[in-house]
Design a protein around this ligand. Structure first.
Ligand code: SAM
Length: 472
């Protein structure tokens, strides 16, 4: 039985409900009247439910798809403006006891180099990341209770936050580690993490069990109910995602939205972010072995429909995607991207020798952070290193309120400009700096509240004079 407010995985992600949803979407994909009604509803910016959104995903009428894209662009503009937040992943350890068939960290892989960073090595990685200009990290680790216990993760977080190198600082650490207990989530919260991210990989229980044949991750319910435990442990910013390519994308899309509806129904706040990774080539992994790969066009449609369906949820695109794919989906609703990423353990301080590959997947976008910042600005975006919300306690529904009240231009916009100014002063190449300074001048004019505009201008002036870390 399907119940969004149930705490049981098989009830809030009901297979039967998903199958009925897909049948309903198939029946109605050419029903122009219904498609128009759904698009009309979406224009109100209150989101769509999984059934409505699934009809739009199934619909192949070109003019309607154009409308979906136009609406996604408009919603992105209204709620997020032209800011794009930047982050980098930091791989702590690739020891793993699970058997995930798509991931090169699986326990049976005997030839991948296994590495676990010491606190000294983390220090070096963090200094290298700070020297690039990063302020926000997502830490990643395999699941291994002996090699990567929660105490190790907590110690790493403490080390990361403690490092102040030149003008650098990591101001927000998001965490992507395996599903764990309420008690451990509480400890992560106390350690000051930002978002807890956990990809569902697939919402299809039968496929899930096949794709995770061994190890603790095999338990579908434990994995799927992880966000409820995280929220019970006090973490109110959680990040969802599926690994596209493993299962039928329409099934995953409906599951993803049902998960978001479930969090809203039970905890009163939806996911803070949704990630849309696709399976990539990696050490002993060939993406062609999976039958459900999606084209770039379908990928773009999924991004647009996530934006329309959950307007207040951030959307993340990693360097799994190439520059051109990123360019295509940025205007459709993406709010965060990684830049200058390494997916190997210890890859920032020193590049890995080829024979020692410890990477989780091949990176498609291999540009430096400066190149990414430069490119974003040339496309008309404001690269942002802002971490203000979480540091001001604006997490969970408090961030959503800011977003829903469209206060972004008086808050996020100046914060983006101030953090960009820090980047330009401390890390940018000459060309990037020149473009950025002009952009800041122009963008300051868009702040509606005169007092905020005045204060932001003063802070930007003070940053040039050496001061750091202002925020609204
Ligand atoms: N071990 C934790 C877990 O099980 O959730 C942490 C996650 S892992 C370091 C990060 C994510 O990378 C996984 O959740 C998975 O979706 C993704 N991933 C694994 N193998 C991949 C591949 N070959 N291509 C692209 N993404 C992959």
């Amino acid at each position: 039985m399907y119940r969004a407010e149930s705490l049981k995985a098989e009830e809030f992600i009901s297979d039967e409900e998903i199958r009925q949803t897909l049948a309903y979407a198939d029946e109605n994909k050419d029903n122009e009247k219904l498609v128009d009604e759904i698009l009309k509803k979406a224009e109100k910016r209150k989101g769509l439910d999984h059934r409505e959104a699934s009809v739009l995903l199934a619909c192949e009428i070109p003019e309607k798809i154009e409308k979906m894209y136009a609406l996604a662009k408009q919603i992105k503009q209204d709620y997020y403006g032209n800011r794009i937040v930047l982050f980098a992943p930091l791989y702590l350890s690739n020891y793993c006891v699970n058997g995930c068939v798509y991931c090169p960290y699986h326990a049976k892989n005997k030839h991948i180099a296994r590495k676990k960073l010491t606190q000294e090595e983390i220090r070096k990685e963090v200094i290298a990341l700070q020297d690039m200009g990063h302020k926000r990290l997502a830490i990643e680790a395999g699941e291994d209770p002996v090699n990567n216990p929660i105490e190790y993760i907590l110690e790493c977080i403490q080390t990361i936050y403690s490092i102040k190198h030149k003008n650098g600082a990591i101001r927000r650490v998001n965490v992507n580690i395996a599903a764990t207990t309420v008690e451990n989530y509480r400890k992560l919260k106390e350690a000051g993490i930002g978002t807890y991210i956990l990809f569902q990989e697939t919402y299809n229980k039968e496929s899930y069990e096949k794709l995770h044949p061994t190890g603790p991750k095999h338990d579908y319910a434990y994995h799927t109910e992880a966000m409820d435990r995280a929220m019970e442990g006090g973490i109110d910013d959680v990040g969802l995602g599926v690994l596209f390519g493993l299962e039928m994308y329409r099934y995953e899309f409906a599951g993803l939205l049902m998960h978001a509806e479930h969090l809203e129904a039970v905890h009163g706040v939806g996911p803070h972010t949704i990630s849309v990774p696709r399976v990539k080539r990696a050490d002993d992994i060939n993406p062609d072995d999976f039958d459900n790969g999606i084209s770039d066009d379908i990928f773009a449609k999924i991004c647009a429909l996530i934006r329309i369906s959950v307007p207040y949820t951030g959307m993340i695109i990693s360097t799994r995607e190439s520059q051109s794919v990123r360019e295509k989906v940025l205007p459709l609703g993406v709010s965060q991207i990684s830049g200058g990423s390494r997916t190997s353990v210890g890859g920032y301080a020193e590049p890995e020798p080829e024979e020692e590959n410890s990477a989780q997947f091949d990176v498609s976008d291999q540009r430096s952070l400066d190149e990414v910042v430069n490119w974003l600005m040339k496309l008309g975006y404001i690269p942002s290193f802002c971490t203000a919300c979480y540091r001001e306690g604006r997490t969970g529904d408090r961030f959503m309120t800011l977003c829903k009240n469209m206060q972004i231009l008086n808050c996020c916009h100046p914060n983006a400009l101030m953090t960009l100014k820090e980047y330009l002063e401390d890390y940018a190449s000459e060309e990037t700096k020149e473009i950025g300074m002009k952009l800041i001048e122009r963008e300051l004019e868009k702040i509606p509240n005169p007092k905020v505009k005045q204060t932001a201008s003063e802070h930007i002036h003070d940053i040039a004079g050496g001061k750091r870390d202002f925020r609204f």
